[in-house]
Design a protein around this ligand. Structure first.
Ligand code: ADP
Length: 858
């Protein structure tokens, strides 16, 4: 069975042609697919090749030198690169060999089909030709036969009609003979043709056609052989598990296997090996306690009345948390002692970790417990020590080494009592006992030589009593035992009792070793009486109660505080053995430390930042004064700020600066007592009297303010808030500079805590922009003050917001001259508003100019 026998029919022939068409199409499909495969393989190869070079970049990292993992990774990357190359090679082969073959097979296949079709056509034509020849001969045969029949019938007809002779008959006979010959010839030709055609047809069918089909079969089979080869090559060049690939695979595996965990860090250890880790330096930074007067010691718990409760609570807390931690630790199932790390499960590790964490926690807690217990034991635990040191409250800078040594050598031996042993005087009780002492007269400052007075102590040589400033009496309380009072109230009469004088002031007063004073402080809403001593810095001891209402520190108890203090002073014994503080010199109240009850408030005359301002009378001499009060509810920080004004003012004495008479710090509300400047604030005065104020008066006002400011400038005091609202007007419209709440005694003051509540429209640009204050800033404000005076209380930069005014000033704008302002005055204002501070005149110059103007305008 083959093409030659089975595919002879026309249908087979057509099917064979169809088959060949289909095969040609298949070849085209194959070509298309393989071309895409080649493309995608090449892309893949290029991708993995570039990723392998990316992967190899890691080796540049010096930190991994000697790492087996890195080496192995690099090898694997190499293998991947080789794989990429192989894939590319295969893709190339696929293109160069397989697709090339497909191309040639495709064209051969098309050519063969064409040939086959041509041969088939020829053959068909041959058969057709034969049939046509025979048919043509047959037609001729039939025609000649007809002709013959016709001629014969004519002949027979004439033969019968005319007998055997005649011309006609001859003619007909001849025609008959011709037709007969023609027929015979045609017959013979037909016979011959049939014979020839039959043979030919036989040959064509039995020889030529089979041979054609046989040849076709062999052509087809040859094609198939070639095609098969193509398929084999396709398989070959698509084989990603070929020997070469397997070889690379094996190399990759070997690279991975070459990693030996034990050797991985050999080189690393060799290169980076260091000596065993030294313990973390977690030491107490001794600088921290430098400024704590030796009360806080490095690495030592501070056990005192301030911390005892906290320490005890902390101890209880720690003990219970220690217990809980121990229980937690026990509840963790112990892991089997499995030294083979590789067999440990994540659970084992997390258990171990948790156990370690708890052990660590337990250690921390138990160490803290030990420290607290140790510290409490050192104190004997059950009772409080007498005298409680408050130095933690302060921020006094003293040589730290000195205080440390003394504290180290004097251990705090006393026990802590359950109520902390703090003696507290109830405020009311204390207030009832306020002194009846006559109020302090306003006295001019005296020579420093007056600051030391002598006092005789019973049974001892005269003891110096340092009196501050112009103290005019020497207190007798300390050396007069008959003066003892049976209550703490007697204390108030003692000149060394300073009431609620703030700590800063106290520290300022106690300057020489042994200086001491007694004061009152408030803790948890209770008044406490505190003995402050200059000793290894500053030490503060709270007076404690003993039985029967007696008072004591560590030594014996006394029925009154003055007696207790006198005893401490005269005996020369330390107040507490731990502090070693010895009382040497009582520091007496400063002249401006008035008692609150010395002042009788009358009517409210103004409202300040910290509280109301009253007109008042001094009880002793009925002098009228102005009293600024500080709201009780303000925080301590604010109260300190409030007193700042008093601290600054007490140094100044000038007719154009409001005078300080005293401060009342015996009790709340704390107050600043000043001379009463009857006309009140200059701003109000200007506005109220605008119609009647003369130019002369305006000049006088400017001159007064300039005089006051010239004085302040000479004292390096920067007022920072000079404005008409902060000047006062006294008799004969004398102007006095007031409100020193923002003042600073410095040549230059840089604001560091933000620029809150700054009077923008009165403040010089350099202060607004850079926070830099000098007296030249006050000059700027003085210019605005002049403007206020000449505008009779006008609003500077009216209609502009603060920031608009600021921007305009920076851009060069200046206030216009108020109506009727003399040119010279406005020129002076403009000089005060020079943008560059150095171009502004000083108050000395201003004063001289104004003074001259005053005289010329009289
Ligand atoms: P603060 O500095 O708290 O803002 P001020 O010094 O501005 O307080 O005082 C507020 C007001 O109290 C002033 O405007 C003025 O009317 C009045 N005043 C302040 N001190 C005196 C004084 N010594 N004599 C008369 N009145 C005063």
């Amino acid at each position: 069975m083959g093409f030659s026998t089975s595919l002879q029919g026309q249908a087979s022939h057509e099917a064979l042609l169809g088959r060949q068409d289909a095969e040609i199409k298949l070849l085209e499909t194959m070509k298309r697919c393989l071309t895409s495969k080649v493309k995608s393989d090449r892309e893949y190869a290029s991708t993995i090749s570039s990723l392998s070079s990316q992967g190899k970049k890691v080796e540049r990292c010096d930190d991994l030198v000697g790492s087996l993992i890195t080496q192995s990774w690099r090898d694997i990357m190499d293998c991947i690169d080789q794989t990429a190359k192989l894939i590319k090679q295969q893709a190339d082969s696929m293109e160069n060999i397989v697709i090339d073959h497909i191309n040639s097979l495709h064209s051969e296949r098309r050519r063969a089909r064409k040939l086959y079709q041509e041969e088939q056509t020829w053959l068909t034509n041959q058969f057709q030709q034969l049939s046509e020849d025979v048919a043509r001969k047959k037609t001729e045969y039939q025609k000649n036969l007809e002709m013959y029949k016709l001629a014969r019938s004519r002949f027979e007809e004439h033969y019968v009609k005319s007998g055997r002779g005649g011309r006609k008959l001859d003619d007909v006979r001849e025609k008959y003979q011709k037709a007969c010959r023609k027929l015979h010839l045609t017959h013979n030709e037909y016979v011959l043709l049939l014979g020839a055609v039959t043979d030919c047809e036989h040959d064509l069918r039995n020889c030529y056609l089979p041979s054609l089909l046989r040849r076709q079969q062999s052509i087809h089979q040859e094609f198939i052989v070639a095609w098969k080869k193509i398929l084999q090559d396709t398989a070959k060049y698509s084989h990603f598990a070929s020997e070469k690939f397997v070889e690379i695979q094996a190399q990759m595996k070997a690279a991975a296997d070459s990693v030996n965990p034990l050797d991985e860090y050999k080189d690393f250890i060799g290169k980076h090996g260091t000596r065993p880790a030294s313990p973390l330096r977690l030491s107490f930074d001794e600088n921290l306690v430098d400024n704590t007067s030796g009360k806080l010691l490095p690495n030592k718990l501070t056990v005192d009345n301030l911390t005892i409760d906290w320490l005890r609570a902390r101890l209880t807390e720690l003990e219970s948390s220690l217990k809980a931690t121990q229980q937690n630790r026990q509840s963790i199932q112990p892991t089997e002692n499995n030294s083979d790390l590789s067999k440990k499960t994540p659970l084992d590790y997390s258990r171990e970790r948790e156990e370690l964490r708890l052990r660590c926690q337990e250690k921390k807690i138990s160490r803290q417990t030990e420290i607290i217990r140790g510290a409490l034991n050192e104190l004997g635990c059950e009772e409080l020590p007498s005298g409680c040191d408050l130095s933690m409250e302060g921020s006094f800078t003293e040589p730290s080494t000195q205080s440390k040594t003394s504290l180290k050598s004097k251990k705090f031996q006393k026990n802590l009592g359950p109520d902390n042993g703090l003696f507290t005087l109830r405020r009311n009780q204390h207030l009832l006992a306020m002194i009846k002492k006559s109020p302090l007269k306003y006295l001019p400052p005296v020579n420093d030589t007056n600051n030391i007075a002598m006092s005789h102590s019973a049974g001892s040589s005269p003891t110096p009593i340092r009196v501050n400033s112009s103290r005019y009496t020497v207190p007798s309380g300390l050396n007069n035992s008959t003066n003892n009072q049976k209550s703490s109230g007697g204390l108030i009469e003692e000149e060394w009792f300073h009431g609620v004088l703030p700590r800063e002031e106290v520290v300022r007063l106690l300057v020489i070793e042994g200086d001491f004073l007694v004061r009152e402080t408030t803790r948890n809403d209770e008044c406490q009486i505190v003995l402050s001593v200059c000793w290894d810095g500053h030490k503060h001891f709270i007076v404690q109660t003993a039985s029967e209402g007696h008072y004591r520190f560590e030594g014996p108890a006394f029925p009154s505080i003055p007696e207790l203090i006198r005893h401490q002073w005269k005996s020369g014994l330390p107040v507490t053995s731990r502090s070693g503080a010895v009382l040497k010199t009582p520091i007496l109240r400063e002249r401006w430390e008035l008692n609150n009850d010395d002042v009788i408030l009358q009517e409210k005359i103004g409202r300040g930042n910290f509280g109301d301002v009253y007109k008042a009378k001094l009880r002793s001499c009925q002098t009228e004064v102005a009293v600024k009060t500080c709201k009780v509810t303000l925080p301590d920080e604010q109260k300190r700020k409030f007193l700042q004004e008093g601290r600054i003012l007490k140094q100044y004495d000038h007719p154009n600066i409001v005078k300080l008479i005293g401060i009342c710090v015996q009790k709340q509300p704390i107050m600043i007592v000043m001379e009463l400047v009857a006309g009140g604030s200059l701003l109000t005065y200007l506005r109220k009297n605008s119609s009647s104020i003369s130019q002369r008066e305006q000049f006088r006002m400017c001159k007064d303010a300039a005089a006051g400011m010239r004085y302040l400038e000479s004292k390096y005091c920067i007022h920072r808030d000079l404005a008409a609202r902060n000047c006062l007007v006294g008799n004969e419209s004398i102007v006095k500079i007031s409100d020193f709440g923002m003042s600073r005694e410095e040549e230059e003051y840089i604001v560091s805590d933000g620029m809150k509540q700054i009077p923008i429209k009165w403040t010089a640009p350099e202060a607004l922009n850079f926070g830099k204050y000098t007296s030249l800033c006050d000059i700027w404000s003085y210019g605005v003050l002049m403007w206020e005076i000449f505008s009779k209380g006008g609003n500077p930069y009216s209609g502009m917001s603060n920031s608009q005014a600021r921007e305009k000033i920076d851009a060069g704008y200046r206030l216009p001259a108020p109506d009727n302002t003399p040119d010279e005055v406005y020129k002076l204002m403009l000089r005060c508003w020079e943008y560059e501070p150095d171009k502004r005149p000083h108050f000395e110059q201003i004063y001289n100019i104004i003074n001259a103007l005053c005289q010329s305008h009289v």
